[in-house]
Design a protein around this ligand. Structure first.
Ligand SMILES: Nc1nc2c(ncn2[C@@H]2O[C@H](COP(=O)(O)OP(=O)(O)OP(=O)(O)O)[C@@H](O)[C@H]2O)c(=O)[nH]1
Ligand SMILES: [Mg+2]
Length: 313
């Protein structure tokens, strides 16, 4: 058999600073949404596995929490677990994809070195295949402006393939898929071809609610929230799934903000989350949301475990 026609399968870690577009890129690669996306940094809190099955290859992506030199919120044990989850995913990968917001560094050149430093250090002695994605190129017209950035990155990552694209408009996604499938080792598929993620549907539903909370709330409030699915009941006769979800907040003042004036905010969260969960499970959903105050939940190891956030290493 021609070696080039051998089936390939491998794990690829999506790494990068917060808000670079890692989760958007994962969803674009899969053509379906498995990882939540918001305009706020530190949206992804744990490793999210997305499986891409193509004729001749299966690539298993690990979306990770953004790694940063900054001590951004959330703090404490949750922050530690987020960081561990990213670095452990990278350690487990056959190939690494570093995702950067090219538009940000064209505007704020001074942020580049600071943002890339932790990953440069971690990859210094590494000989695995590496792609550096320059994302968000839809945000500027003159692509030649990227030249100094490309030169700098090639100097820091001499082995890397540099790949400008837009995860949002999907410009470059097809070419990137081709590049990645060539980088994973020969091997049989590890998951059924129609499996999209290893995350349980309940977890994905909780993430959808969290995405809406992140979108609707400002400043530190989203970082003080977590979402747990308390019950999930499928009524086959009525064709309806009834889901009870709790939004945990750290303070009573945050509870008031999540609920909003006359309940307007939580109502909107519920409408949008229900719509997306219906799409996820392909059926009708009755979504009931509650808000509970639980201070210090981000330090509660057992609760983080129950929320599916603990790293399984
Ligand atoms: N214009 C533009 N925006 C993008 C692109 N990719 C991502 N974004 C936006 O960038 C923001 C962050 O995207 P995410 O995919 O959540 O970023 P992330 O790297 O997963 O962020 P964390 O999970 O917080 O580390 C969102 O508002 C996205 O819509 C892109 O190619 N172009
Ligand atoms: Mg993310």
């Amino acid at each position: 058999m021609d070696r080039n026609n051998e089936h390939r399968c491998g794990w690829v870690a999506l790494m990068g600073p917060p808000n670079a577009g890692k989760s958007t890129l994962l969803n674009a690669l899969l053509g379906q949404k498995v990882s939540i996306v918001t305009s706020k940094p530190q949206t992804t809190r744990s490793r999210i596995v997305g499986i891409m099955s193509e004729p001749g290859a299966q690539v298993i992506f690990m979306d990770t929490p953004g790694v940063s030199h900054l001590r951004l919120q959330p703090r404490g044990h949750l922050a530690k677990m987020m960081s561990q989850s990213a670095w452990q995913s990278m350690a487990a990968a056959h190939a690494v994809m570093l995702v950067l917001d090219a538009d940000l560094y064209l505007r704020r050149e001074e942020f580049l070195e600071r943002d890339v430093q932790p990953l440069r250090d971690a990859l210094a002695e590494d000989d695995r295949p590496l792609i550096v994605v320059l994302n968000k190129i839809d945000l500027f017209h003159d692509k030649a402006r990227m030249l100094p950035l490309l030169t700098q990155l090639q100097e820091w990552f001499p082995r890397a393939e540099l790949f400008p694209l837009s995860a949002l408009t999907r410009d470059g996604i097809r070419e990137l898929k081709g590049l990645i499938t060539g980088m994973v080792p020969p091997g049989a598929s590890q998951f059924p071809d129609d499996q999209l993620s290893t995350a349980p549907t309940r977890f994905l539903a909780a993430e959808i609610v969290r995405e809406k909370v992140f979108e609707k709330l400002r400043q530190e409030v989203p970082y003080s929230t977590a979402v747990d699915i308390e019950s999930w009941q499928e009524d086959e006769d009525r064709g309806m799934t009834t889901i009870h979800a709790v939004i945990f907040v750290a303070r009573p003042s945050h509870k008031a903000m999540v609920i909003g004036r006359s309940g307007a905010t939580i109502k909107q969260i519920g409408i949008e989350a229900r719509r997306d969960i219906q799409e996820l499970i392909g059926g009708k959903v009755n979504l009931q949301l509650w808000v509970k105050v639980k201070d210090n939940w981000a330090e509660d190891v057992e609760m983080l475990h129950d929320l599916g956030l603990e790293e399984d290493s």
